[in-house]
Design a binder for this molecule. Structure first.
Ligand code: F0G
Length: 464
C-alpha cells in the first residue's frame, strides 16, 4: 500500500549540536543600565550581556566537527606549510585563479590590492562598496563610485537581483575615463551595503565582458559568494539544475580575481585571501604581504586557520546548508513583515534590514531613528543589532548633522549559530517593540570621531 506523502514544510537546521556556549540571561532592568553605560552604542556592549547577537554575520559562524578536526592537522611551518597547500588547492578548485594569497581578513586583501592599483586620480567602480572597501580605496587617494541599478536603491522593489551593476552607467564611465584611470572594477556578491542582494550570472557575465573590452580588471568582492550562487540557482533561468558549486565556479571564472573575507562564506572566525590570474600583480601583492601580513604561505594566519578555511569553503556550498541558510533569513523577514515592519524587500542572504525611518516617522533623521530601534531591541529583548543609517553614513559639518539617505537596522544572522527558537524569540521581541513604537525617542550625539564615527559614537536619549 502506498501512503499519501507530501514533503515536509519545516526546513530544519541540517546539523546537530556538539559543543554549546551558554547565553547569560539578563533582565530589561539590567539592560537599561548596560545601555546607558555603553552610551547607547551597540559596539560598546560586552558580548556577555547580549542574548542574541545579530550585530554581524562576520567571524561569528559555528565551525563544524570536520573543521575542528582539520585544525588539529594545522601545520604551522613558517614557509611552505602543508596547510597552505591544502588551502591553496581548495581555493583554486573553487575559483580557478592562478595565484592565491592568504590574508588575515577581507580588509587586508583590500588594502594590498588598492595600494597597488589605487592612487590619486584613479576611479574604482563597484555595485556598492562596503565601508572598509570604500575606506581602503579612498585612503589610497582614489575615488570609489557605486553603480548599482536604480531598483537596488528602492526599498520595496522586489527585483530578484537588486545587487546588479548598472551596465549603461558603467560603460559610460569607462568610455569617458582617461587611459589607466580605471584600473579595476569590483562587484560585491552579495551586495552587503545594498541589503545583501544578489547579482545575476548574466550581470556578472556582461560586467566582465565590458571590463574586458575596456582593458579593465574585473574583481569580485566574494565574501558571500555561496549565498549569491544559491540565489542564482533559485531565481535565474537556466541554473535550476546546476549545483551551487558549479554556479560559484562559473562566477569566479568570469572574473580576473577577488578579495575575500572568509569570515562570512568561508565559515571561519578569521581569515581571508586575495586571488588573481595576473602574475605581475600577484608578485607585487606578495611583496606587500610580506611587509605587513606575513610570508606568502601563511599571510597573517596560523596553519590551523588555513585548514578551517579549506574545509569551510567546501561545506558552505552544500545545498542543504544553503537552503536552510536562505530560508531562515526569509522566515525572520516574513514574520517581521507580517507584524508591520517596513524593510528592504526581498530580504538578503545574510540579514534583514528594517527601515527604521519608515517605522518611526516621529523621530527625525538627525535624532537617529535606527539608533532608537537598536536600543529598544536590546533593552526589551537583549538582542543586539546594528544601525546602518545616519550614525554610519551621515556626518557632522560645522556642528550640523548631514543625515544619510536611509536609516536602516540590520539583523545579521551568524551562520549555523542560532536555532529556529532563537529566531522565534527575536520575532516575539520585535512584536512587542512594534506595539509601543510611538513611545520610542530619538538620540543626541555627545561624542564622535571624525571618520567611521559609528564605532565609537556616544549618545544620550532625548526625553519628552
Ligand atoms: N566586503 C564586504 C562586502 C563585507 O561585508 C566586509 C565585512 C568586508 C568586505 C571586509 O571584510 O571584515 O573580513 O575585513 N563585513 C562585515 C559586516 C564586517 O558586518 O558586514 P573583513
Amino acid at each position: 500500500m502506498t501512503r499519501p506523502f507530501s514533503p515536509f514544510k519545516t526546513i530544519i537546521e541540517p546539523f546537530k549540536i556538539k559543543a554549546v556556549e551558554p547565553i547569560r540571561m539578563t533582565t530589561p532592568e539590567e539592560r537599561k543600565g548596560i545601555l546607558s553605560q555603553a552610551r547607547y552604542n551597540m559596539f560598546n556592549i560586552h558580548a556577555n550581556d547580549v542574548l542574541i547577537d545579530l550585530l554581524t554575520d562576520s567571524g561569528t559562524a559555528a565551525m563544524s566537527s570536520e573543521q575542528w578536526a582539520a585544525m588539529m592537522r594545522g601545520d604551522n611551518a613558517y614557509a611552505g606549510s602543508n596547510s597552505y597547500y591544502r588551502f591553496e588547492a581548495a581555493v583554486k578548485d573553487l575559483t580557478g585563479y592562478k595565484h592565491v594569497i592568504p590574508t588575515h581578513q577581507g580588509r587586508a586583501a583590500e588594502r594590498i590590492l588598492f595600494s597597488i592599483l589605487g592612487g590619486t586620480g584613479k576611479v574604482i567602480p563597484n555595485n556598492t562598496h562596503f565601508d572598509t572597501t570604500r575606506a581602503n580605496v579612498e585612503v589610497s587617494g582614489a575615488k570609489a563610485i557605486d553603480l548599482v541599478i536604480p531598483e537596488g536603491k528602492e526599498l520595496r522593489n522586489r527585483h530578484p537581483f537588486k545587487g546588479n551593476m548598472d551596465l549603461l552607467r558603467l560603460e559610460e564611465i569607462l568610455k569617458d575615463a582617461g587611459s589607466g584611470q580605471i584600473p579595476l572594477c569590483l562587484m560585491t556578491i552579495t551586495n552587503n551595503s545594498g541589503g545583501g542582494q544578489p547579482v545575476s550570472m548574466q550581470n556578472i557575465r556582461e560586467t566582465s565582458a565590458i571590463c574586458k573590452r575596456y582593458g579593465v580588471l574585473f574583481f569580485l568582492d566574494a565574501c558571500r559568494f555561496a549565498e549569491n550562487a544559491y540565489f542564482i540557482k533559485l531565481r535565474e533561468a537556466g541554473f535550476e539544475n546546476s549545483s551551487p558549486k558549479e554556479i560559484a565556479q562559473e562566477m569566479f571564472r568570469l572574473s580576473d580575481g577577488c578579495t575575500m573575507s572568509a569570515k562570512k562564506d568561508g565559515l571561519v572566525n578569521i581569515g581571508g585571501f586575495l586571488g588573481m590570474n595576473d602574475e605581475d600583480l600577484a608578485q607585487q601583492a606578495r611583496n606587500l604581504l610580506i611587509l605587513t601580513e606575513g610570508f606568502p604561505t601563511y599571510g597573517g594566519l596560523a596553519g590551523r586557520d588555513l585548514e578551517a578555511i579549506a574545509q569551510g569553503l567546501n561545506e558552505v556550498l552544500d545545498e542543504q546548508y544553503l537552503k536552510y541558510r536562505i530560508r531562515s533569513v526569509e522566515y525572520l523577514a516574513e514574520h517581521l513583515s507580517a507584524i508591520g515592519y517596513p524593510m528592504i524587500e526581498p530580504p538578503g542572504g545574510h540579514a534583514v534590514y528594517i527601515d527604521a525611518r519608515g517605522l518611526l516617522p516621529h523621530i527625525p533623521p538627525d535624532q537617529f531613528p535606527g539608533q532608537a530601534l537598536c536600543s529598544a531591541f536590546y533593552e526589551f529583548g537583549g538582542i543586539r543589532s546594528v544601525e546602518v543609517g545616519n550614525a554610519m553614513f551621515g556626518y557632522c559639518q560645522d556642528g550640523k548633522e548631514i543625515p544619510s539617505t536611509m536609516d536602516l537596522v540590520r539583523l545579521a544572522i551568524p551562520r549555523r549559530a542560532y536555532t529556529q527558537s532563537h529566531i522565534d524569540y527575536v520575532i516575539e521581541v520585535a512584536e512587542q517593540v512594534y506595539q509601543f513604537r510611538d513611545t520610542l525617542r530619538g538620540f543626541r550625539v555627545i561624542q564622535q570621531a571624525p571618520v567611521l564615527r559609528h564605532f565609537t559614537m556616544e549618545f544620550e536619549r532625548i526625553s519628552d
